[in-house]
Design a protein around this ligand. Structure first.
Ligand code: ADP
Ligand code: ZN
Length: 277
């Protein structure tokens, strides 16, 4: 049996499956301190005989399996988690572990089980507790020397909101993550009405980042997932803004380029399971 854990800044998903596209049981666990979060995850797997475990985790994360600190979080991106070794902590479930960033895992899930066409350059963006981006080239993650940190790129500000990134303040994530929306407007993002200006601002901020990704990576698909993108009305607004910024420089069909996750909210967990292949 396969197991997988998707570790997010707000919530984790644990799942057991026969294969990535055949999940048997799944549980959502809210992300608290490492100790209690790991113990809840481990107890979910208690009664299963897991042969391989896939983990998609928030970062920044050491992914080089030859490194001494392989599997370690290396920044206080979530309070209390800096220096925590995710692989070591979860190896009690099963020692055969594959790990990647949450967004590389989600990108893989979409690549293998979501899109029904081959995709040379696939970009998966999550807009949730933070903003993360995973890029696959013919199914292989682009990790560079460490891994990509596109959520921390700089974009032009649209107002005087200072941004929430603990490291950079007003980077893309600092300006446009779910918690940033909530802090800027003083309301839970889930209850902000569709007609509220918040979504116009959000669609503009997301478009700035996306046009930079397009210029840098020339992707075939950009899949937008994460909690905030449950606000489906953002999609046409974002596409319009990106088209305006691109200004017909080259011909791009933005409806075909910027799309919803084909696996709904399951891209990350299906992709984490797919890491075990
Ligand atoms: P994680 O970052 O743990 O993977 P999510 O992607 O669900 O989890 O991100 C959580 C954030 O997304 C919350 O802080 C909230 O701001 C935002 N969010 C979650 N659901 C919605 C929704 N339906 N509409 C708008 N924002 C949402
Ligand atoms: Zn940042």
């Amino acid at each position: 049996m396969l197991g997988a854990v998707e570790l997010g800044g707000t919530k984790c998903i644990a799942a057991v499956a026969n294969s990535p596209d055949n999940i048997l049981f799944k549980k959502e666990i809210s992300t608290k301190g490492p100790k209690s979060t790991f113990s809840e995850i481990i107890s979910f797997f208690d009664s299963y005989d897991i042969k391989k475990l896939g983990i998609g985790s928030f970062g920044p994360l050491v992914l080089d399996s030859r490194a001494k600190d392989f599997g370690c979080l290396v920044s206080e991106s979530k309070e209390g988690w800096n220096g925590v070794n995710i692989v070591q902590n979860l190896s009690i479930i099963c020692p055969n572990i594959s790990i990647d960033t949450d967004v590389n895992a989600a990108a893989l899930g979409e690549y293998m089980y979501g899109l029904n066409e081959l995709c040379e350059t696939l970009v998966y963006v999550t807009v949730g507790t933070g903003i993360g981006v995973g890029i696959l080239q013919n199914g292989k993650p682009n990790v560079g020397n460490f891994h990509l940190e596109i959520g921390h790129m700089r974009i032009p500000p649209v107002d005087d909101f200072q941004g929430l990134c603990k490291i950079h303040g007003n980077c893309w994530e600092g300006l446009a993550s779910g918690p940033s929306i909530e802090s800027r407007w003083g309301s839970k993002a889930t209850i902000i009405p569709i007609s509220h200006e918040a979504w116009k601002v959000e669609a503009q901020l997301l478009a700035y980042g996306l046009v930079n990704i397009i210029a840098n990576h020339s992707p075939d698909k950009i899949i937008l997932g994460g909690g905030v993108m449950n606000q489906r009305h953002l999609f046409p607004m974002i596409r319009n803004n990106v088209a305006k910024l691109w200004n017909n420089y080259t011909t791009i069909d933005f409806s075909n380029l910027i799309i919803e996750p084909q696996l709904g909210n399951n891209s990350g967990i299906i992709g984490s399971l797919a890491l075990t292949r």
